[in-house]
Ligand binder design. Structure first.
Ligand SMILES: Nc1ccn([C@@H]2O[C@H](COP(=O)(O)OP(=O)(O)OP(=O)(O)O)[C@@H](O)[C@H]2O)c(=O)n1
Ligand SMILES: C[C@](O)(CO)[C@H](O)COP(=O)(O)O
Length: 238
């Protein structure tokens, strides 16, 4: 891989956002004048090493194609599945066989910075192993029993939050996701599939502001990050 390589991004966007408790899927809620998914796709397309975004839609999605960004020639769509991992697999199946490496990023993470995309691609390009953006756990961590009583305090040393984008060899990622699916293993991100087949994954420290909009209170925080500083990379995507 050269430093000028171009990559495709698979963007799982087929979820319904149950935890957001909104009438429409959370990726279509508006923050600072644009839907969450438009913010997300805009920042990805601003990166010089990203050549296209494959948006993976729910079979019942009637909104995406009404958005102006759906007309962008670098945006393509396909249909996802029941679990996030099924949607990612559908997106990977849409890519050309010749593409060796690629990114997967949640539609629900609009506050991604261009710098973090560069950091991820650069570090993962240095070796043959894939990598993910991640942020270090900051709080004191407790392990509880099922009635929420503390069992003990976990060490936070070497404990991370997994973020996206995640950057992998696409043949390996497809194999890992299919293997885990056949074995009915619980897979919540691409790294967990690669871990499942026993391969290493690099953690690349990214900004904690790259939050996944999951619950109603996340909307205000995402708005803050997207609008906080007129000179920052966040404003470029508005
Ligand atoms: N079957 C699914 C489930 C999720 N996703 C996508 O995966 C990303 C991360 O998932 P999550 O935040 O869990 O989204 P939802 O599944 O929509 O949320 P919830 O779990 O609250 O229903 C989102 O962009 C979501 O649209 C997907 O493409 N296909
Ligand atoms: C992929 C992911 O965003 C990494 O943090 C996450 O695992 C997917 O969503 P969920 O909240 O774990 O269902």
């Amino acid at each position: 891989m050269s430093s000028k390589s171009l990559y495709s991004v698979v963007l799982p966007a087929a979820g319904i956002g149950k935890r957001m408790l909104s009438e429409i899927p959370k990726q279509y809620l508006t923050i600072a004048g644009r839907t969450i998914i438009e913010h997300t796709i805009s920042v990805l397309l601003k990166h010089p090493q990203i050549r296209r975004v494959i948006v993976v839609l729910n079979p019942e999605d009637a909104i995406f194609n009404t958005l102006p960004i759906a007309q962008n020639p670098k945006v393509e769509t396909t249909i996802g599945g029941k679990e996030r991992a099924d949607s990612v697999l559908a997106g990977l199946q849409h890519l050309d066989e010749q593409e060796q490496w690629g990114l997967v990023h949640d539609a629900a993470r609009p506050c991604l910075s261009l710098n973090d995309i560069s950091k991820l691609i650069a570090i993962a390009e240095q070796g043959d192993i894939g990598g993910i953006l991640a942020s270090r756990v900051r709080d004191t961590m407790k392990r509880s029993d099922t009635s929420n009583t503390i069992l003990h305090t976990e060490s936070r040393e070497n404990l991370w939050h997994a973020l996206t984008p995640q950057f992998f060899n696409l043949t390996e990622l497809k194999y890992a996701l299919e293997t885990a699916k056949n074995d009915k293993a619980l897979i919540t991100d691409e790294a967990s599939a690669i871990e499942y087949i026993g391969k290493p994954v690099k953690l690349i420290e990214g900004q904690a502001s790259n939050l996944k909009v999951t619950q109603p209170e996340d909307l205000l925080l995402a708005e803050f990050y997207l609008t906080q500083n007129k000179n920052s990379h966040y404003m470029e995507i508005l």
